[in-house]
Ligand binder design. Sequence first.
Ligand code: AGP
Length: 569
Amino acid sequence: MCGICGYIGKNNGVGKVVEGLKILEYRGYDSCGIAYIENNKLKLVKTIEGVDELYNLTCDKSSNFVIGHTRWATHGGVSEKNAHPHISSSKKLAMVHNGIIENYRELKDKLDANYYSETDSEVFLNLIDSKSGDLLTKVIDASKEVKGTFAIIILSEDGEIVLGKRESPLYLSNVGDELYIASDILALSGENFYTLKDDEFARIKNFEISFYNKNKEKIHKKQEKIKKNEAFLENFYKTHMENEIFETKNVLLKTLKEYENEAIFSKIKLPKNLKSISLIACGTAYHASLMGAEYFKEVGIDARAYLASEFRYGRELLNKNTLYIFVSQSGETADTIAAAKLVKSHKLNTLALTNTPNSLLNRICKNVLPTFAGREIAVASTKAYSCQVWSLYLFSLYLAGKKLPSERANSNFPFINFDEKFIKEIASYKKVFFIGRDLDYITAMEASLKLKEITYINCFAIASGELKHGTLALIDKDAVVIAICTQEKIKTKLLSNLEEIKARGGKVIVVSQFDDFKDFSCVKLSKFDELFMPIVSVIPMQFLALKICELFGYNPDKPRNLAKSVTVE
Ligand code: AGP
């Protein structure tokens, strides 16, 4: 989703900001731009052709004051005029904004300003411009009138900068006489950083930085160390997604090593009388949470997974004997963060299971259990999912007082490369279904999400036992059913389901370590402990999605309409 970068310093910041935007590309965006000062005038360069094109358009520019943005359209379509930065009606201020201004219509009606875009951000900018006083006063006064979320940088034509945030992250770093600003720590330079809390602001004047609260009082801030989250392999494969799938084995081993002496678990403050666990997450992280809930139940702890976007508006009875685990690769997902804040406001026990050391979710939750998947760039989550499942499994063993496995993840992983014919065959079907029972049903859901998000095939997952309650009506010669079976107890039942599909002309492909499915096309899995099989079986499903995506000529790292971090609710 949207990304912010800024530079104020004695050197040329144009290239530095464009480089920062390049780093933020992985979050997903549809247009980008920069604003800079040249001869005491604000200049804008924007494009819908991507950051490489922005580089071509700006490589001959130079400025000591630069702000930049990658936009993921919410209010107003994808166009240069809607791309950030925006310029105020008076042409004296430029702004980049992440977040959403919910009351922008009402504010727009009250303001006397010219508009050049359809965005809510431009309304916020003109509200700031309409206020009196110095730039800091204007920004703070305007922020009191807006409802919604924001991380903003305002650049005035005389080189003063004010930034502020509410709910959306914003960081700064100071390297010698250069200041960097970014909405993602990855795009910051240096070893240390400052973070703004909600309704805090910073002013940069004459290259000096000072911080303020919403009452315009000066506050003191300490720098924090940037924690690195290194990926394991250099980009060896064609795409980030492929690279990241191949990193799975390394990151599982790394996680096991980090958890080995259990110190990481013993730091977690559990409820005094732990009776249940609630896991709350979105998308792929929700699937990992569903799997985690099964692992906790396996060791006798009542557990349930919730979609973060539903949890907030549901009727859950919050309980002091429950541990609330928020699962998120990025630690920035708006729905998950909102749910964590809700639980925190009841002073209950929260734990962030994230892959991003300095994330917002880590700051909100009382406890943090890191996953060690390394940086995940591809929008489609692969290694991070496997790591989340693995971490939850290991945590369940710890809670049950069981020994952690030592070398389980060290054996051969089934990095199956489907042959071209098989990929083409599956891709030719109009309808794709994934089925499974118990843990395999959860893997089926994740397999289906992966396939739809990067191939745009209309597919869905269904519990095998539910087929006969309606969905069987869709099975005919245009349908392919991918059945996942890694649990001994469900083999026989699944065989009957498969016969029903075959009898209706549907094509069946079984993904299993068992030899019982000789009458069907099979993807053979290596054999591991059954509770570990969900990690083994999801890998060929991730590959299937990747290979079909490549066959269709799409870029798996940049799927349409999706962002890596979904920072809007
Ligand atoms: C994963 O392939 C998806 N792109 C998406 O469902 C993702 O898992 C979801 O948005 C949650 O993200 P998070 O783990 O960063 O919170």
